[in-house]
Design a protein around this ligand. Structure first.
Ligand code: IPM
Ligand code: MG
Length: 375
């Protein structure tokens, strides 16, 4: 394929995707469902260890709903790097079909082969699932009470640099080009979700983050559409920042508590949310929700920590992040009391346990026991 053909194919695919976006399903209404099926997927590396913790916690917290059949926890196997490589599918089709049978997904971290790993070039399972399930908003709260910080990040989750991340072109030996995609519908639905959240939580401030001075087309569109959406929320204070200065602002204690809701395109959101989670106590401490209209997926913000497994210290993995994701899932389906109960137990665990991730301190099993005692 010549690169002009390659480029045409990419554009056609994106045009097709935009057509599909126009027919997106209505948002799921969990209050009217007789039964909610929560799929659980272990993933790679420390995934099975932290997911085991989360399943035990949910089995206790939701014991009543599970026994009456209102909620089913359904374990889905097969989303492992070995199986994905054996089938040469990012998300094997039988696994994807099983996932689509569920209403919600709780997912452990999956490994993505990188350049130099000597593994086949398969795409990130996260990225594929976000795209396949059309999970357009990646929502990541970061709360640091002693600094009066209450942030929630709305990261665009299916477009930007990720839409065509595995479809760049090597023009020749000397030139490689990747692509970044922004669509109106993709941006507007994210901005609406963020502004709705801000409105429903006491008109919190909204900050839009881009690099529109450099990425003029894609970030330019993103920025102007977010401001268009802002017009429907006149009581909300909205401002915008370039991503570099935003990275600095978050560590500037003079001003960082002024930020509340932050809207970002995909890659900046990826980077800034790791920074923010680190300020809260580590990437292991933050949960992440991937929200679409029909489906929603909740996951740990961190990766599969292959290094911990190689060093044989997997049992010291911190299950906080996946359990925080479970809190977000419970809120998403309207079980706010149980969500708060679990959240308090997790806060207490974070206060009391020492989990530096280097094979010292408390283990995942200690963490799970501590939380189970408090729910
Ligand atoms: C995240 C992760 C993923 C991402 C990786 C695992 C593909 O870093 O959820 O933030 O880049 O989105
Ligand atoms: Mg990330």
């Amino acid at each position: 394929m010549t690169y002009t053909e390659h480029f045409r194919k990419i554009v056609e695919e994106q045009l097709e995707r935009v057509e599909k976006l126009k027919n997106s399903p209505a948002a799921a209404d969990f209050s009217s469902m007789d039964k909610i099926v929560i799929g659980t997927v272990d993933g790679d590396g420390i995934g099975p260890i932290i997911m085991d913790s989360c399943r035990k916690v949910l089995e206790k917290l939701l014991a009543e709903e599970i026994s009456t059949g209102k909620i089913e926890l359904r374990k889905i196997d097969g989303l492992t790097l070995e199986n994905r490589i054996a089938k040469m599918e990012t998300v094997p089709s039988d696994v994807l079909a099983a996932i689509k049978e569920c209403d919600l997904l709780l997912k452990g971290p999956t490994t993505t082969p990188g350049k130099g790993d000597n593994l086949p070039n398969i795409e990130s399972a996260n990225v594929t699932l976000r795209r396949e399930l059309d999970l357009f908003a990646n929502v990541r709260p970061v709360v640091i009470p002693e600094k009066n910080i209450d942030w929630i990040f709305y990261r665009e989750n299916t477009e930007g640099e990720y839409a065509l991340g595995s479809k760049g072109i090597d023009i020749n030996e000397d030139i490689s080009i990747d692509f970044k995609v922004t669509t109106s519908m993709g941006t507007i639905r994210l901005a609406k979700a963020a502004f709705e959240y801000a409105k429903n939580n006491g008109n919190k401030n909204v900050s839009i983050v881009t690099k529109a001075n450099i990425m003029k087309k894609t970030d330019g569109k993103f920025l102007s559409l977010c401001y268009d959406v802002a017009k429907d929320y006149p009581d909300i204070k909205t401002d915008d920042w370039y991503v570099d200065i935003m990275a600095a602002n978050l560590v500037n204690d003079q001003i960082n508590s002024n930020f509340n809701v932050v809207i970002l395109p995909n890659l900046y959101g990826d980077i800034i949310t790791d920074e923010a989670a680190q300020l809260q106590g580590g990437v292991g401490t933050a949960g992440s929700a991937n929200i679409g209209s029909k489906y929603a997926m909740f996951e740990a913000i961190h990766g599969s920590a292959p290094r911990m497994m190689e060093e044989g210290i997997g049992e010291y993995a911190n299950p906080a992040s996946i359990n925080r994701a479970a809190v977000m899932m419970l809120r998403h389906i309207g079980m706010t009391e149980k969500a708060s109960k679990l959240e308090s137990a997790l806060d207490a665990a974070q206060e009391s346990l020492d989990m530096p991730g280097d094979g010292t301190g408390n283990t995942a099993a200690d963490f799970t026991g501590f939380v189970l005692d408090r729910i």
